[in-house]
Design a protein around this ligand. Structure first.
Ligand code: GDP
Ligand code: MG
Length: 296
C-alpha cells in the first residue's frame, strides 16, 4: 500500500522553512528572502517518489504562526493553526545557530502541544563549527530531532525517509507529477512581491501586497496586469521611483522569473496603488487573497 499525507512546516521567521521546502520539492515554489515573514500564504509543495515504496508528501507552510500583532498577522495565524491541526506530521524548523529550540507549542505560544507528531529539525548546520555541532547534537532532546542544512542539502534525504515513515497508508492524493496545486497566478503575484522586496531593500517590506488583475495566456506575449498595493502615498513614491525607474526595474526582474515559470514571453503591466491600512482591513485582506481557507 502506498503512503500519502500532509507535512506542515512550522518555525520562527528566518528559520529556513521556505528554503527547506524548495530543497525538499526541488522547485522554486516558496519565496525565500533574508527578510522575516516574506511568505504570507500557505504554499503547497508536493513530493512524490516510488522508492523504497510509493510515497507522496504534501507540504504546507505556516507563515504568521509566530508573533501576531496586527490584523494580517491574526489572519495568518488562524490559517497556520488550521494547517497544524490538519497535519499528519509537523516539521518544526529551527535555526541551529541559535542553540536548542524550545518545544514548538512554547515557541508559538499555543495553549497545548499539537496533536500531530512533531519532528524538530536543527537547520543551518553548515554555519556551525564541528565542535559546536557535536555539542548541539548531544543537547538536542532525545528522540525526534534532526540536524540538517536546507542550503547544502545535508541530512535532507534522511529527513525525507523519517517523514515518509510517519505518513498513513493511503493512495496518492495528487497526480504523481504535480509539484504544487497553487494556481500560476499565485506564483506570479509571489514573484512580483519578491522582486519588490528585493528592490526596496528595508524601506517598506511588509506594506507591499500584490494582486494579479488580468492574466491572458492566449496571445504572445502573454499579458499580465498586476497591482502592487502600498499603504501610503509616500510609500507609493518610493515604490515608483524617479520617473518610474524603480517600478520598471521591479517589473523587469519579476517578468524574467514569470517567463521561466510559464515558459513563454510575458508583457507585464505593473501598477502602483495606495490602499490605506490594508494590513488592518479584513475586507482588503480577503480581496488580496489572504483569506482563511481550509487546505482540503
Ligand atoms: P523562513 O522565513 O523560515 O521561510 O526562512 P527562509 O527559507 O526564507 O530563510 C531565511 C534565510 O536563511 C535566507 O537568507 C536563507 O538563505 C537562509 N537559510 C535557510 N536555510 C539555510 C541553511 O541551511 N544554511 C544557511 N547558511 N542559511 C540558510
Ligand atoms: Mg518563508
Amino acid at each position: 500500500m502506498p503512503r500519502a499525507g500532509i507535512v506542515t512546516l512550522a518555525g520562527r521567521p528566518n528559520a529556513g522553512k521556505s528554503t527547506l521546502l524548495n530543497r525538499l520539492v526541488g522547485e522554486q515554489l516558496s519565496i525565500t528572502s533574508p527578510k522575516p515573514q516574506s511568505t504570507r500564504d500557505r504554499v503547497v509543495g508536493i513530493l512524490s517518489r516510488d522508492l523504497p515504496e510509493p510515497t507522496q508528501l504534501i507540504f504546507f507552510d505556516t507563515p504568521g504562526l509566530f508573533e501576531p500583532n496586527d490584523e494580517l498577522q491574526h489572519t495568518m495565524r488562524t490559517a497556520a493553526r488550521t494547517a497544524l491541526a490538519d497535519a499528519d506530521v509537523i516539521l518544526y524548523v529551527a535555526d541551529a545557530t541559535k542553540g536548542v529550540p524550545p518545544p514548538l507549542h512554547e515557541a508559538a505560544a499555543l495553549a497545548t502541544p499539537p496533536r500531530s507528531p512533531v519532528i524538530t529539525v536543527l537547520n543551518k548546520i553548515d554555519r556551525l563549527p564541528p565542535a559546536t555541532l557535536a555539542t548541539l547534537r548531544g543537547e538536542a532532546r532525545a528522540g525526534e530531532s534532526y540536524a540538517i542544512s536546507a542550503l547544502t542539502g545535508e541530512g535532507v534525504d534522511a529527513l525525507i525517509d523519517v517523514l515518509a515513515a510517519r505518513l498513513p497508508e493511503s493512495p496518492f492524493l495528487y497526480a504523481a507529477d504535480d509539484v504544487s496545486t497553487q494556481p500560476v497566478r499565485f506564483f506570479v503575484a509571489e514573484f512580483i512581491r519578491e522582486a519588490a522586496l528585493e528592490q526596496l531593500n528595508e524601506e517598506l517590506p511588509y506594506s507591499v501586497a500584490v494582486q494579479v488583475d488580468e492574466f491572458r495566456e492566449t496571445g504572445t506575449p502573454a499579458y499580465i496586469r498586476a497591482i502592487v498595493y502600498v499603504e501610503h502615498e509616500s510609500q507609493k513614491a518610493i515604490l515608483v521611483g524617479k520617473g518610474g525607474t524603480r517600478i520598471r526595474e521591479i517589473g523587469r526582474a519579476a517578468r524574467v522569473r514569470i517567463e521561466r515559470l510559464i515558459e513563454r514571453p510575458v508583457y507585464l503591466d505593473l501598477w502602483a496603488k495606495v490602499l490605506p491600512n490594508w494590513r488592518r482591513d479584513a475586507a482588503a485582506l480577503r480581496r488580496l487573497g489572504y483569506g482563511i481557507e481550509k487546505g482540503r
